[in-house]
Structure formats: structure tokens, C-alpha cells
Design a protein around this ligand. Structure first.
Ligand SMILES: Cc1cc2nc3c(=O)[nH]c(=O)nc-3n(C[C@H](O)[C@H](O)[C@H](O)COP(=O)(O)OP(=O)(O)OC[C@H]3O[C@@H](n4cnc5c(N)ncnc54)[C@H](O)[C@@H]3O)c2cc1C
Length: 494
């Protein structure tokens, strides 16, 4: 520790991602309280953050991304799955896919039946409305005065239009508002793009309140542990510029470090399963075996098709067009670089027995290598995956070093149901692309390709190619984020 006297704030918030930015904004509305927000990463001003079409750059790696890897996944040919998470102001909202989707109403109602009292859809709807500034037609399901701008863009190319038309041809419904009364069906995605730029959480919740003197935001400040007096959280220790500091909380310590780093930080601080903590010689402050349990994520699998050069957006990457598109964005924040590439999509049921959609399609009128579009081949992608995967995994410590990655094991496809549902997703995607609406704009299937036909072939393709849909979460993590460490650790964290 440095010899400096400890710093102090009423509320200490760890992590300036989607959750942390909201907490910092709302708590500092009261001028009589002081709030300090600590963020391990840096600023959010990079052009690759602000330009929607550049999202693949930060998804692939770099300083705005923690770039985690999972443990080898038994049901994915023992592959370690690359797991990006945002690092810096805005957190993952500064590197994410920009698609704005609420959960389905039934899922919130289910949360309540599973014990999250008060979290039914009717109760959460006012908060969804409060957060958004929806630019679409008036609706009693949408808000128009919140800080988060939500926009759609027209399906202005033949591939997006073919996709929208193929849905009804394949027997599926359409929806005129995926975040409205009816989520199920084919429709336009909403995005967090405003005035041609990414609306990350920091732009919506931090930038506008910069003048508040009771809010201090510290970047490049990595919290290494929560400090306790007995069982009471009283502050945090953090490292910045090679020095170690203590920051004391008069009222609360609020952990918003995300679904991966929050449980790691808790365990490093002595909150977790005593047996696991003992493996790393960490003294137990609070015996809470639920920390790091119930990790959940879902997978997505990509299908690619060749398409005419005049239809696919790969042509926008030709050097002369790329130069024009970048110039246009720099000059006026207009043109193709204002798009995240995913204007339309669908929420579908893999099975008639499902009460509400359990599969999602992201449609991209462009062939992508990873997330990077290249000038060739000309094509399009369907990213399809399930929404209520049943496999459950864990976050554990690799070691006692806060700078290390924890051991992330989502245990993907551990259940037969998850394997069946994802196989069905591939079949559904192919049925949709086979519709007449795609005639003339759909050429050969590139991935998985015509050689992949039987259930065994599809399963093998999934094992070889499926990746995270980037929504790692956990029931314990969720409760931790909201309730964490007021004065004593709540029992319900487990
Ligand atoms: C590549 C990608 C694509 C996605 N696409 C979409 C999408 O299109 N639509 C959608 O709705 N969701 C998407 N998501 C998910 C969404 O962005 C996240 O669910 C959401 O941002 C999580 O918010 P959070 O506050 O829990 O965590 P985060 O936003 O990840 O914030 C956690 C913050 O804590 C900081 N932190 C961590 N440890 C420490 C520490 N020890 N000290 C200080 N700071 C720390 C991190 O640097 C980070 O800034 C995507 C995510 C990713 C990664």
C-alpha cells in the first residue's frame, strides 16, 4: 500500500460498463452524496468505438477488450471459446453489436416465479420505457424521453428485403416492433446508433453529467479487492499507474465489473466457496458457495451464402468505396459506416411446444470473416442461436492474481436439449434461405456447405464452429450486481 491517506466517497462503483454508468448517473443525481466510479480500462473516444461499422475491430481484440478465453469445452471439440468483454468507459456497450433487444415478457414473468420477486414484465416495463428515447412510431410499449437513443434503419438492400419476405413464405410471423407488444417473428432490429455514432452507456449516462462535481470517474483504475471490516464491505483497493490506493465507501460498494470479473473480484476478496478459496490461500470473509456458480451463455452458429456483387455489402470494402465511406462518416456521420450491418432479424420457436421464441436470427447482408467484412467473397450471413440454453457452468479462480483471467467454463452444449435446439436452428436457417424470396440473390451455400446434411454432420459443424453469442450471465452474478455489499453481504447472493 502507498502511505497516502485513504480516499473516500459515499458510493464506490467498480466498473464503468452498462450497469456502472447507470448507477453512477442515478446515484449522483443527489448533490448531497459523493460517487466515485472506478474503471480498469481507458476512455471511450476511439473512432473504432464511435463508428458503428468498425465494431469488428474491437470485437477481435485490442485495448478496449479483455479478450478472455473459456476453458476447453468438452462438447465443442475441446475448443477454448474466445470471449470478448469491453474494457474502458462504456464497458461491453462500447464494443458490442449495437442491437437493442429487451427480453421477452414471459422471461421476466418466469424470473418472478423462480424467486425474483417484483421482476415480472409489468414491473420492469416502466424502466425499459424510462431508459430509452425511441425514434419510431408512438407506442405504449416504448419510451421517448430516456437517455438511450434507439433507432432503426430502412432495409435498403435486396438481401435484407429477401430475408424479411422469406419469413412468411417459410410460415413464420412478422412483427412491426421487436421490442413492442409482439417480439415473435421477422422484423427490423432496433439499434443503439444515434446521429451516426455508437450510443454506448457512457455516452448516454456519463458524458451528459460530466459537470457534476459530486461524481468522480477514474479510468485506468483496476480494483484488486473489496475491503472488509468483519463482514461489512467498507471500500476497495485499486491499482493505478503502478501505485496501490484505498478508496473507502461511507455508504456502499457496488460491483458492476460484469459477469466474469465480478465473481472473480468477490472470490479474491474472500467471498465464495471456502473450499475453492482455500485452494488459493484466500482467507474466507464470507462463506458463499454460490459465487461463480450458475454461469450461463448461449451459442450462435453462422451460415454463409454467396450472393450477387450488386446485393452484398462486401462491395463497400473495395478500396475506393471504403475510402468514400470513411470520408463520408468523418465529414457528416452518414453513409454505410453508420450501420452495424444488422438491420433485420427474427425471433422464432424451434418447436411448436415453446411458449415463446427460443431462437434468434441476426441477418447480415455481407459475408464476414469473423466480424470483419472483406471485399470478397460477396455473400450474406445468418447468425442463429438459441435464447434459453439450459447448460450451466462456472467461473473459478485460476490463481490469486487480480490481473489474471479467471477460469471461465460455460459448459456449452452439456445438455441434449441444447444440442437438439441448436441443430434445429441450422435446419430452420436453411429452410428460410431456401424460400423463393431469396431466388436470384442466393447462390451456393459456403458454410456449412452442401456436404453437411445429416444430423451427425450438422452436430459436427456446430462442435467445430459455434461461438458465444456474447451474453454471458449468471443468476448469482445478476443478483450480485444489483444487491451487492450494501452493509452486509446479502444471503440471497447464493
Ligand atoms: C462482442 C459483444 C457483442 C455484444 N452484442 C450485444 C448486442 O448487440 N446487444 C446487446 O444487448 N448486448 C450485446 N452484448 C452484451 C452487452 O454488451 C452486455 O451484456 C452488457 O454490456 C454487460 O454490462 P455490464 O455492466 O454487466 O458489464 P460490462 O459492460 O462488461 O462492464 C464491466 C466493466 O467493468 C470493468 N471492470 C472489470 N473488472 C474491473 C476491475 N477489477 N476494476 C475496475 N473495473 C473493472 C470492465 O473494464 C468494464 O468496463 C455484447 C457483448 C459483447 C462483448
Amino acid at each position: 500500500m502507498s502511505g497516502d491517506a485513504p480516499l473516500r466517497a459515499d458510493y464506490v462503483i467498480v466498473g464503468a460498463g452498462s450497469a456502472g454508468c447507470v448507477m453512477a448517473n442515478r446515484l449522483s443525481e443527489d448533490p448531497d452524496v459523493s460517487v466515485c466510479l472506478l474503471e480498469a480500462g481507458g476512455h471511450d473516444r476511439s473512432l473504432t468505438i464511435r463508428m458503428p461499422a468498425a465494431l469488428g475491430v474491437n470485437t477481435a481484440g485490442g485495448r478496449h477488450n479483455w479478450g478472455f478465453q473459456t476453458t476447453p469445452q468438452t462438447h465443442l471439440d475441446n475448443r477454448s471459446i474466445y470471449t470478448p468483454r469491453g474494457k474502458g468507459l462504456g464497458g461491453s456497450s462500447s464494443i458490442n453489436g449495437l442491437v437493442f433487444v429487451r427480453g421477452h415478457a414471459n422471461d421476466y414473468d418466469r424470473w418472478e416465479t423462480e424467486g425474483a420477486t417484483g421482476w415480472n414484465f409489468q414491473n420492469v416495463l416502466p424502466y425499459f420505457k424510462k431508459l430509452e428515447n425511441w425514434h419510431g412510431p408512438a407506442s405504449d410499449h416504448r419510451g421517448t424521453s430516456g437517455p438511450v437513443h434507439v433507432t432503426t434503419r430502412p432495409a435498403d438492400n435486396p438481401l435484407d428485403r429477401a430475408f424479411l419476405a422469406a419469413g412468411p413464405q417459410a410460415g413464420y410471423a412478422t412483427t412491426d416492433d421487436i421490442n413492442g407488444r409482439t417480439q415473435e417473428g421477422f422484423g427490423y432490429f432496433d439499434t443503439n446508433i444515434h446521429n451516426g455514432e455508437r450510443q454506448r452507456a457512457s455516452a448516454a449516462y456519463l458524458h451528459p453529467v460530466t459537470p457534476r462535481t459530486n461524481l468522480s470517474v477514474k479510468t485506468n483504475a483496476a480494483v484488486t479487492r473489496v475491503l472488509f471490516e468483519g463482514e461489512r464491505a467498507v471500500g476497495v483497493e485499486f491499482v493505478s499507474g503502478g501505485r496501490t490506493y484505498e478508496l473507502r465507501a461511507n455508504r456502499e460498494v457496488i460491483l458492476c465489473a460484469g459477469a466474469i470479473k465480478t465473481p472473480q473480484l468477490l472470490m479474491l476478496s474472500g467471498v465464495g466457496d471456502p473450499k475453492h478459496l482455500a485452494e488459493h490461500n484466500i482467507p474466507v470473509i464470507h462463506d458463499l458457495p454460490g459465487v461463480g456458480q450458475n454461469l450461463q451463455d448461449h451459442l450462435e452458429i453462422h451460415l454463409h451464402y454467396k450472393a450477387p456483387a450488386t446485393a452484398a455489402l462486401n462491395r463497400e470494402m473495395l478500396p475506393h468505396r471504403l475510402a468514400k465511406n470513411l470520408t463520408q462518416w468523418f465529414m457528416s456521420r452518414t453513409g454505410p459506416a453508420t450501420s452495424n450491418g444488422c438491420t433485420v432479424g427474427a425471433f422464432l420457436k424451434t418447436d411448436d411446444k415453446a411458449t415463446h421464441p427460443d431462437a434468434q436470427i441476426h441477418f447480415f447482408p455481407v459475408y464476414l470473416q469473423g466480424w470483419i467484412p472483406k471485399p470478397r467473397p460477396h455473400g450474406f450471413r445468418l447468425g442463429i442461436g438459441t435464447l434459453r440454453a439450459t447448460s450451466v457452468g462456472t467461473i473459478k479462480l485460476n490463481d490469486g492474481n487480480p490481473a489474471s483471467s479467471p477460469k471461465i467454463d460455460p459448459n456449452y452444449l452439456a445438455t441434449e436439449q441444447d444440442r437438439t435446439d441448436l441443430r434445429r436452428c441450422v435446419e430452420m436457417a436453411r429452410e428460410i434461405v431456401a424460400q423463393a424470396a431469396f431466388d436470384g440473390v442466393r447462390f451456393e451455400e459456403l458454410d456449412p456447405g452442401q456436404s453437411v446434411q445429416t444430423s451427425q454432420d450438422i452436430d459436427a459443424y456446430i462442435r467445430k464452429e459455434a461461438g458465444t453469442a456474447y451474453h454471458v450471465s449468471s443468476r448469482a452474478g445478476w443478483v450480485q450486481m444489483i444487491l451487492l455489499l450494501r452493509t452486509r453481504i446479502p444471503e440471497c447472493v447464493a
